[in-house]
Structure formats: structure tokens, C-alpha cells
Design a protein around this ligand. Structure first.
Ligand code: PLP
Length: 376
């Protein structure tokens, strides 16, 4: 039996999503067909779109289903640079690879600028504001991409401030909201931005389905071409089963999100307390040890006497604990976590929680850390 503490990588499917997907398997009509079977599939897709839009305080037309967060991030950045006149692109080296690798590919087509951050991973928004004002004065169209919550260290960015400073300087804003969508309440009416990203498997929905939030009138162009689906914004027959599962998972998450958030916050604060009690040397990477500055799902810790040698996460795996050294998407990649490297910290273990995580899971983890068998 394993203890699953890797919910920032992915979450188990919830029963409501499973049921909705099983029911949707029988909706075989192509949503683009105008006959009765097609209309049944179309109706499901549009209902999910409407429900998501209502929760985000945006228009249904601004929710475009994609294969997940990576596609939504690619779309936003490429559209900004190719079609929206962006001359300068501000990003952070601490972003997920779904952003950094796209930015790297855009070097040469746009001026790319890295937003400075300190040893805790806090970005300098005063600096950014001054830069954007100068760009506006010089007539240079700018775009900013900054994730709402970092998937490795949980640091939260002040989205309201980012929205305000980008509005004031007419810059385009994309935020990778993959880690906060359906965990925190997001209001794109009150906090306007051009692009955001969602991935259903981060909130107990199925994998390979998500959506891009694309503000109407932003000037974005379709990412995928070849059909009129998704109001001409994203071609390809829709993933009806995936959309059904995401819709159900989203509805459950939003209906209970305050009590779930309180539960995860309790588990996280208990983990911090227990780790501190057991290991006086423990350090928390980024802002993950500060409850009010980081997302309640993510805790990234470093215990010098255990992490030295670099085998701790492997040892925990042998003991049945699913934890992570960095982003799941980059695990196995040479060099480990680019986020921890960016903060210049020697390493870490990310444990990440869902509404299914309990204090008992934390007790088991701390016990295992205190009783690790010696490596031969
Ligand atoms: N952005 C962030 C912050 C993530 O954590 C992830 C998933 O790990 C992604 C993007 C990619 O999302 P998906 O797996 O849906 O492509």
C-alpha cells in the first residue's frame, strides 16, 4: 500500500468524475453533427463550459477546452507573440516547463526578459511595474507570464496586483493557474487577464483534458486549425468523455472548496509542525513553510542529514511514499529541479496534498523519515 503525497503532480480520479465519464462513453455522437446524437454530446460540452464560466465570472465563449495545461500555456504564449504584436515577453525562470520551454523557443522572435526574484522565490513586481511603464512610454507592446502558484514550492503570486499593473500599462497577462484552478476561487471579471490555464487532473478529474481561458477580444488566434470546433478557436473533435469528467470534478471541487481548503491547510500546518518537532534542522524551500504566502497543497522541505547524498526521495519510494523531488514532468530529467536550482538551495522533497490527504498520512511520513533503513 502506498501513501500518496504527490497531488501537485496529479490527483486520483474522484467517484463523481468516474461516473460522469462512464455515462458519457455512451454519447457517441460527434458534437459537430447537427442530428440528435450529435446534439446530445454538444449539449454536455456546452453545459460544462457554462458551469465553469459561471464559477470564473467570465463568458462561456472564453472557456476553450484543450488537452490540458501544457497546451493552454503554449497557446497563450505563441498567440501573444505571433498575433498580438508582443515585442517584449516577461517570464520567470521558476515557471513550469510548459512555459519556460515555450519562451526559450520564442527567443529571437521577441525580446525575452526574466523577472528577478529573491532567494525565497518572491518576484519583484515593483521592478516589473516600472519596466512595463517604460515599455508603454516607448510604444513597445509587452506580455507577462507568471504562474499563480508555483507547482514545486507553492509560492503565490499576487494576481490582483499583476492584473492591475498590466491593465495600467496595456500589457497582456497570462497566468498559469493550473495549480490553483478549482482549489482557490478565481474571478476573471474582478481580476482581468488575457489568458489562464487549467488541467483537470490536478483536481481529481481525468488526465489530458483542461481548458484555456482566453479573454474575448484579446486578439488571440486559434492554436489548432482544421475544424470549426470550440467556436473556431481549437480544431479537433472534442474529448467528450474527458470534458464530462472534468465538469463533474470541477463542480465537486467548487461546491466544497472552502472546507477542502481548510482541511488541506490543516494537514499542511500539521506537517510543518511535525517535521519541525522531529527534525530541528528542517528548512522549507521557497515560501512553502509560510501558510499565508503559499498554496495549501504544497510543502517542500529539506533536512540536511537526510537529503545529503540525494537518495531520500528514492528511499521514501522504497518505503511506499509517493513524493517528488521537483515537477513530475521533469522528474527523470538530468539535473533535477530547475526551481530549486534557481533558488540556489541544495535540494528538497515536495509533498503535496489533496482533500483526500489526512494527518495520519503525515504521521506515517514523519515516522518513516525518523526510521529510514541505512542504505548499503
Ligand atoms: N503548469 C503547471 C503549473 C503544472 O503543474 C502542470 C502539470 O504538472 C502543467 C502546467 C501541465 O499541465 P498538463 O499536465 O495538463 O499538461
Amino acid at each position: 500500500m502506498s501513501i500518496y503525497l504527490d497531488n501537485a503532480a496529479t490527483t486520483p480520479l474522484c467517484p463523481e468524475a468516474r461516473e460522469a465519464m462512464i455515462a458519457a462513453l455512451d454519447l457517441y455522437g460527434n458534437p459537430s453533427s447537427t442530428h440528435a446524437e450529435g446534439r446530445k454530446s454538444k449539449a454536455l460540452i456546452e453545459r460544462v463550459r457554462k458551469d465553469i464560466a459561471a464559477a470564473l465570472n467570465c463568458l462561456p465563449a472564453e472557456v476553450i477546452f484543450t488537452s490540458g495545461g501544457t497546451e493552454a500555456d503554449n497557446w497563450a504564449l505563441q498567440s501573444g507573440v505571433e498575433f498580438m504584436g508582443v515585442k517584449k515577453l516577461y517570464y520567470s525562470e521558476l515557471e513550469h516547463h510548459a512555459v519556460t520551454h515555450v519562451v526559450e523557443a520564442l527567443v529571437g522572435r521577441v525580446e525575452v526578459v526574466s523577472i528577478p526574484f529573491n532567494e525565497h522565490g518572491d518576484h519583484d513586481l515593483d521592478w516589473l511595474e516600472a519596466q512595463l511603464e517604460a515599455d508603454q512610454l516607448a510604444g513597445r507592446k509587452a506580455m507577462v507570464t507568471l504562474m499563480h502558484a508555483n507547482n514545486e514550492i507553492g509560492n503565490l503570486v499576487d494576481l490582483a496586483r499583476l492584473s492591475a499593473i498590466t491593465r495600467a500599462s496595456s500589457a497582456i497577462l497570462h497566468s498559469d493557474t493550473v495549480q490553483t484552478m478549482a482549489h482557490m476561487s478565481l474571478d476573471f471579471g474582478a481580476t482581468p487577464l488575457e489568458f489562464a490555464a487549467c488541467s483537470a487532473h490536478k483536481f481529481h478529474g481525468p488526465k489530458a483534458i483542461g481548458f484555456a481561458y482566453v479573454k474575448q477580444g484579446s486578439g488571440a488566434q486559434p492554436f489548432m486549425r482544421g475544424g470549426g470546433q470550440e467556436r473556431g478557436q481549437r480544431a479537433g473533435t472534442e474529448n467528450v468523455v474527458g470534458i464530462a469528467g472534468m465538469g463533474a470534478a470541477f463542480a465537486v471541487a467548487m461546491a466544497n472548496h472552502e472546507q477542502d481548503a481548510a482541511k488541506m491547510l490543516d494537514v499542511k500546518s500539521y506537517a510543518i509542525e511535525q517535521l519541525k518537532k522531529a527534525f530541528s534542522s528542517v528548512r522549507f524551500n521557497g515560501r512553502s513553510g509560510e501558510l499565508d504566502r503559499s498554496l495549501f497543497t504544497v510543502l517542500n522541505f529539506y533536512i540536511p542529514e537526510l537529503h545529503e547524498g540525494g537518495m531520500l526521495n528514492f528511499q521514501l519510494d522504497l518505503q511506499g511514499f509517493c513524493v517528488s523531488g521537483g515537477s513530475a514532468c521533469s522528474s527523470g530529467a538530468v539535473g533535477g529541479s530547475h526551481v530549486l536550482a534557481g533558488l540556489k538551495v541544495p535540494g528538497g522533497t515536495r509533498v503535496s496534498f489533496s482533500r483526500m490527504t489526512s494527518r495520519e498520512d503525515i504521521d506515517a511520513l514523519v515516522h518513516a523519515l525518523q526510521n529510514l533503513p541505512k542504505l548499503d
